[in-house]
Design a protein around this ligand. Structure first.
Ligand code: CA
Length: 290
């Protein structure tokens, strides 16, 4: 009597793991998007900006740090526009009155159609609500896709509250900005705060949690791809062995196992694709600006 030597089961486990490699969404894009390096590493900046742990009573919405931009900077609108990579007219068009100065930070990121750029922002001001000295916070994306550049908040924005412990009378509180990218490309994403008509009555902008939610497939690393090919070969070999066992009357295969390629192999994938959430945060020391 010939005794068949069974292959170890790890080959099935390897095949299962690789065939279930998740491929839908991931977080990527911004370097130091949450300012958790404690500096502006990865960012360009112009004007009066710093990384803070908390601004008075306002803690960062994510991690231990956030970026603080103040509009009292002596940086004119023309320099802001050049820094942000947008036409001066498009920046000036955001305000009914002349922009006298401002501060901005920006980062160049690669994004694809369908990606969503998002971050959190909080506008603080000492200006009374009004049209003449209507300081404002803004976002720019260059080259400018439609709908990507605009005012985040100004002195007329409703829903503001006191900002105890800060230098400012009012704050909007942290709110979310989202922009869906329509075309693949490299975009310069900037945010800033502008002083309008005068050089007093300062305002500020807090920002945090810059990220890109991407719809691109996340390929398995090359080494794992090779492993997948090998494991698939082992699995096919195993299937053939099981078939021969069945034909020879060696009994049914292990209950609960299904052939390769069926949804039973990846139950979680059959129900809903398990997302990969990879937060790329490069934490490096040092600080630089433009
Ligand atoms: Ca943070």
């Amino acid at each position: 009597m010939v005794t068949r030597r069974r292959r170890p089961r790890f080959e099935w486990i390897a095949a299962l793991a690789l065939l279930c490699w998740p491929t839908d969404r991931a977080h990527a894009g911004f370097v130091n998007g949450g300012f958790e390096a404690g500096t502006f590493e990865g960012w360009d900046r112009v004007g009066a900006a710093q990384v803070l742990s908390s601004a008075g009573s306002v803690p960062p919405p994510g991690g231990a740090y956030q970026a603080y931009l103040e509009n009292f900077s002596f940086v004119p609108a023309s320099a802001l526009a050049e820094f942000l990579g947008v036409p001066l007219e498009s920046l000036a068009a955001l305000s009914a009155e002349p922009i006298t100065e401002g501060t901005a930070v920006a980062q160049d990121v690669t994004a694809a159609a369908g990606d969503v750029i998002r971050f959190g922002w909080n506008f603080l001001t000492n200006e009374d609500p009004g049209d003449l000295f209507n300081d404002f916070a803004f976002v720019t994306v260059a080259p400018a896709p439609p709908g990507a550049t605009g005012v985040l908040a100004d002195t007329l924005t409703p829903g503001t509250a006191a900002a105890p412990g800060t230098e400012f009378l009012r704050q909007t509180g942290y709110r979310a900005f989202e922009f869906a990218v329509r075309e693949d490309g490299v975009y310069r994403v900037g945010v800033g705060v502008a002083n309008v008509r005068d050089l007093s009555g300062s305002s500020a902008l807090l920002v945090d949690n810059f990220q890109i939610d991407t719809a691109r497939a996340v390929p398995a690393p090359p080494g794992l791809t090779l492993l997948a090919v090998g494991a698939a070969g082992l699995a096919i070999g195993r299937l053939r062995q099981v078939g021969r066992d069945a034909a020879a009357g060696a009994g049914p295969r292990t209950p609960g196992r299904a052939p390769a390629g069926t949804e039973e192999m990846c139950p979680e994938k059959a129900a809903t694709v398990n997302p990969v959430r990879v937060l790329l945060q490069v934490v490096e020391s040092g600080e630089h600006g433009r």
